[in-house]
Design a protein around this ligand. Structure first.
Ligand code: NAG
Ligand code: NAG
Length: 670
């Protein structure tokens, strides 16, 4: 696992904000009006702006995060969905489910799945209501609640019909409007019970600072030993923390955080949604009949009826979310209404280690970095005459010069003294290949500064990602390891390991020699992310947790509706090859390709891809097999070719896609 916490090029605001609307204290700066004004200027090449500025022009974020206090503990978990207003226009519920679905004695531990629903633009009783789309942001360990709060409105804009729905409920149009539902998977954030690898957040943060200072695998001659020992110390303790039963006869969380029970949770959400919808329908029919007289057809009841045991899933997952979706599709193939899988993981490789490592296309993305920089000329800070090869060489020489050493950076008005290192540069590179549109310009700027001996921007970046924490008063009173010391939203990296390591048990069982061998082969496969990928696997060394419900491979199924796969042509960790393979495992599915680089298609806007996704949700129709869509923007270069005038509808779509593409995502491997 990467030794850093979430990156945010915007001085760490992403992460802080995430904790804010989970009940933390706000420390967000206001969006600078100057920046807003600046970007409104016609002709400003925003994609050449440093991402710090780009992040600040994201207006939605600012609005959503000035949220009055809401606490999940105010909601009592229930076996039916009971929604409570929460955040700004959302509804929250805690769904009570068994920890072990296979337990037959009716006893056993219960879990409460945290659910956030962005309601559709029409009532659920309206003929134009299309259903609830469940989402997952990846990870493993990513919070679907956070995704719904941050991106829900944009995702809804992508899938909904373009027309603003008229108030006329007898509207006979075929337009569909959807709920967006995010949920926290087991072991993640607001879903309970949770677990902790540290006695309090202070201890976690100091561990993370020290790990950062040690440097990642490959950063120095002793990097292996340092990281291996850290993995042992952290992971043995974490896996003990997650396998401690809370009492006699209780189930053990660590045996039930892997993906199959989460897929079963999704089925439960879908069923309970049907139950809830039916209840709304009964009430709406009563109101309707009271007002307009008895409807002999009972039309509202007819269209909202709960198809008990047969409710179907609408789902949109990316990266690890494709593992979750694929697992659901294999376990419950007759329960699929729509499923979009973006940034497709080779799910057999994930579960069983059989097949090629997934990072084979990542260096090609780094080569694109040099190509785009060369094409941009002097606008790219790292530009050097002589072609892309010269630019690549100058970056590589810089990387090498930082090995075994570090660069001193004097204090500034906003931070103390720092040193910047090879590890820091590699982190910026990793963000770049995952999200080129948001990260390449920053990478070029950082690299160019470092070559000139100036590490101050990299130091600012490093500093901005930190969020030191003092234990709260409640935590100090209750003492170390107490629930009062657990802070939701801060445990995601460790949740990630809890899920990954029990899905991929083979990662737990590796000795030093075997690990180093694998590390070397990953380095050979990718100079850009090989070391990072080895870190992901290191995150499982020392774990010893065996899940109760194991997933058989190959992951395959004949689904009740064909799946839609989408993938970038060049993806650093979910290569096109994996998407083709998984599409082959689900008969009738179609793979829609986006001609761009980065992890998941949302890394760059493509109105074409989004319209394909919208059409699929609206009508169920799939794109022609073999369809390749252009991306609407390229790093450094802006729009490729001539920009054609967009319709108003497409312009709205483009804007939300752009906002999503520029949002720096948390540091999860998948
Ligand atoms: C880093 O240090 C190791 C061990 O001292 C040495 O073998 C290696 O050549 C050094 N690398 C660079 C780029 O200086
Ligand atoms: C799907 O259906 C085909 C054709 O009927 C069959 O050959 C195949 O085994 C089925 N796959 C699964 C996973 O059930």
């Amino acid at each position: 696992m990467e030794t850093h916490k979430h990156p945010s090029l915007a001085t760490g605001r992403n992460q802080n904000d995430v904790s804010t609307w989970r009940g933390g204290r706000s420390r967000r700066n206001a969006v600078s009006p100057t920046v807003l004004a600046l970007t409104a200027l016609a002709g400003l090449s925003w994609w050449l702006l440093p991402p710090t500025l780009v992040q600040e022009i994201n207006p939605n974020l600012a609005e959503q995060l000035s949220e009055p206090q809401f606490s999940w503990s105010q909601i009592t978990p229930s076996q039916s969905l009971e929604y409570h207003d929460c955040f700004d226009g959302y509804q929250c519920a805690r769904l009570d489910v068994p920890m072990d679905y296979h337990r037959v004695d009716g006893q056993g531990t219960r879990m409460a799945i945290a659910i956030a629903r962005l309601p559709a633009k029409v009532p659920v009783t309206d003929p134009r209501y299309g259903g609830a789309i469940l989402i997952n942001p990846g990870g493993p360990g990513g919070s679907g609640v956070a995704q719904a709060l941050l991106s829900g409105r944009n995702l809804q804009t992508i899938v909904d019909a373009t027309a603003i729905p008229s108030a006329d409920t007898m509207d006979k149009s075929l337009d569909q409007y959807f709920d967006i539902i995010g949920f926290d998977p087991r072991g993640v954030d607001n879903t309970t019970p949770s677990f902790s690898c540290f006695p309090n957040l202070f201890s976690q943060k100091s561990w993370e600072l020290q790990a950062e200072a040690d440097g990642m695998l490959g950063s120095s001659a002793d990097s292996f030993m340092r990281n291996w020992q850290r993995a042992i110390a952290l992971n043995i303790g974490c896996s003990q923390a997650i396998t401690k039963p809370s009492g006699p006869g209780e189930d053990v969380l660590g045996e039930h955080t892997n993906t199959p029970p989460v897929a079963r949770d999704m089925l439960e959400i879908v069923e309970r949604h049907g139950e809830w919808r039916e209840k709304q329908g009964l009430e709406a029919q009563r109101r309707h009949d009271h007002r307009y007289g008895l409807d002999p057809q009972r039309a509202i009841i007819a269209r909202t009826v709960w198809n008990r045991g047969q409710e179907k899933l609408l789902y949109w997952g990316r990266s690890y979310g494709t593992v979750l979706g694929g697992t659901f599709a294999a376990l419950f193939p007759d329960r699929i209404q729509r499923m979009v899988l973006d940034g497709v993981v080779d799910t057999d490789k994930y579960y069983s280690d059989a097949g090629p490592d997934p990072i084979g296309d990542s260096d090609a993305i780094f080569e694109k970095f040099a190509r785009y920089c060369d094409a941009a000329g002097e606008e790219c800070p790292l530009y050097a005459a002589g072609g892309p090869a010269v630019i690549q060489e100058s970056y590589k020489a810089l990387e090498k010069s930082l090995l075994n050493t570090s660069m001193a950076v004097l204090p500034s008005t906003t931070r103390g003294p720092e040193v910047v290192t090879w590890t820091d540069l590699k982190t910026v590179l990793r963000i770049g290949v995952y999200q080129p549109l948001a990260g390449f310009a920053f990478l070029a700027e950082i690299a160019s500064d470092l070559i000139k001996g100036d590490g101050s921007k990299l130091a600012d970046f490093k500093h901005g990602r930190r969020a030191p924490s003092c234990p709260s008063d409640e935590c100090l009173i209750a003492g170390p390891w107490s629930p009062q010391c657990q802070v939701p939203g801060q445990n995601e990296l460790y949740s990630s390991s809890a899920i990954l390591c029990s899905d991929a048990e083979y990662m737990q069982k590796v000795d030093e020699q075997g690990f180093q061998q694998n590390w070397r082969s990953l380095q050979e496969l990718s100079s850009s992310v090989g070391d990072y990928w080895a870190h992901v696997r290191l995150g499982c060394v020392g774990w010893s947790v065996s899940p109760k419900w194991k997933m058989p491979v190959p992951v395959t199924g004949n689904t009740s509706h064909p799946l839609l796969f989408v993938n970038n042509i060049l993806d650093p960790v979910t290569p096109l090859q994996s998407a083709k393979k998984m599409s082959g495992a689900f008969p009738g599915s179609v793979l829609l390709q986006q001609d761009s680089e980065g992890h998941c298609t949302l890394a760059a806007p493509s109105v074409c891809v989004s319209k394909g996704i919208r059409r699929y949700f609206q009508t169920g129709e799939l794109p022609e097999p073999g369809t390749v869509c252009d991306a609407d923007l390229k790093p450094f270069l802006g729009a490729p070719g001539k920009v054609e005038a967009r319709s108003i509808e497409d312009e709205i779509l483009y804007k939300v896609l752009l906002e999503e593409a520029l949002r720096i995502r948390p540091v999860f491997p998948l």
